[in-house]
Design a protein around this ligand. Structure first.
Ligand SMILES: Cc1cc2nc3c(=O)[nH]c(=O)nc-3n(C[C@H](O)[C@H](O)[C@H](O)COP(=O)(O)OP(=O)(O)OC[C@H]3O[C@@H](n4cnc5c(N)ncnc54)[C@H](O)[C@@H]3O)c2cc1C
Length: 346
């Protein structure tokens, strides 16, 4: 999928204003006052404002401020264009590709983040992807995960790692990536359009939360289906049949009935995550060119939010502030590093 397939899907150009040192007890009225003053306009002329970036500056404790960027839409477009301020296109249309006319059968295996977004993009291109996921849909998965946490009963195919939404669905964690790509914004927009809180569009370290993430996942699945795709759970890829160096068909196992079926396919997208050891074995047996990747081992540490807040905001911090987060990294002499990942200030 080349980047040339990306389209600008429209959106609206708005005036972008940056405000530094906003007091932490600011409200909408405060923002409107700042905007009308700087643009020298009346409040009635403003159609809409949207916060597009918001960060906390706690470098000069105990004086703590927000830095906020807002997009402003005026009723009078001509006036908006005349005002000599930076313009921003707020495009919340999410992932956007050109439509492709094709009857090719495209199969996506795995319905974690990569499978979900792969299938969504293919569905938007009009390619009717068929998704197969070994675990349960998210509602059934929640029951299995609770069974494990409460009774220690493990379903090896539907658990904290496997099932609709993939690994991390239950971690309540941050949206975290080291990628610097415009795709990241498109993904964030999609999450927002499918029910994630608006704050993820502008917060420095966006966070959805497992409760909301489960619904977002469902909404994405429903969208894929409404666009012509299909999503089947409890269905595991167990073999790949190769002919003339090409994937010809796959074998699927219905994990409830134990029935196996063969299915022809033209393209196979493997979105397996890093824990699908049995499926990697199949790939190795089939002589696919796969190689080991270094991986990080993590552990979960719980700290009192109050202690972190005191550390970041100062002893007498205001309760108006959200719980603080932090990021730490140490590069060791042996070339390895220790770092915090997905710190979640709940
Ligand atoms: C406990 C935990 C907490 C995490 N917290 C965060 C966080 O806070 N923030 C963050 O950014 N990242 C977090 N991560 C990492 C993040 O979850 C992963 O980077 C992400 O899930 C990878 O997405 P993926 O789609 O590639 O793979 P996965 O999410 O692993 O999804 C792969 C899917 O493929 C399915 N599958 C595998 N083999 C087959 C097969 N043969 N047939 C059918 N289906 C198959 C699996 O069942 C699974 O659902 C966390 C990971 C874990 C384990």
């Amino acid at each position: 999928m080349g980047m040339d397939k990306w389209q600008n899907c429209g959106g609206k150009y708005m005036i972008k204003l940056n405000f530094n040192n906003i007091p932490i007890n600011y409200d909408e009225k405060y923002l409107y006052n700042k905007i009308t003053k700087i643009l020298k306009i009346n409040k009635k002329e403003i159609k809409n404002i949207k916060i597009i970036k918001k960060s906390i500056d706690a470098r000069k404790k105990p004086h703590i401020f927000y830095h906020i960027s807002v997009a402003v839409e005026l009723f009078n477009e001509k006036l908006e264009n005349k005002l000599n301020y930076e313009k921003i296109n707020l495009d919340y249309n999410g992932i956007c590709f050109n439509k492709i006319n094709s009857n090719k059968k495209i199969i996506v295996v795995g319905f974690g983040p990569s499978g979900m977004f792969c299938a969504l993009a293919l569905a938007k291109m009009g390619l009717n992807p068929m998704v197969f996921e070994q675990g349960d849909n998210v509602d059934e998965r929640i029951k299995k995960v609770n069974d494990f946490w409460k009774k220690g009963k493990l379903d090896t195919l539907s658990n904290v790692q496997f099932g609709e939404g993939g690994a991390g669905t239950f971690s309540d964690g941050k949206l975290n990536t080291n990628l610097k790509s415009k795709i990241c914004n498109q993904v964030i927009n999609e999450l927002y359009l499918h029910g994630a809180p608006e704050e993820i569009l502008y917060e420095n370290k966006p966070h959805i939360g497992s409760d909301k993430l489960c619904n977002v996942t469902k909404n994405i699945r429903e969208d894929i289906i409404s666009l012509g795709g299909s999503v089947k759970f409890n269905t595991k890829l167990v073999d790949i049949i190769i002919k003339d160096n090409n994937v010809k068909s796959i074998e699927l196992l219905n994990t409830i009935t134990n029935e196996k079926t063969k299915m022809e396919c033209d393209f196979l997208c493997l979105c397996l995550g890093h824990s699908a050891r049995d499926t990697f074995k199949i790939l190795k047996q089939q002589n696919f060119n796969i190689k080991q990747k270094p991986f990080a081992i993590g552990l979960r540490l719980e700290q009192k939010a109050e202690n972190v807040n005191k550390m970041q905001y100062g002893e007498n911090y205001s309760k108006l502030l959200p719980n603080a987060d932090y990021k730490l990294v140490t590069h060791l002499e042996n070339g390895r590093s220790v770092f915090t990942f997905c710190m979640c200030p709940c």
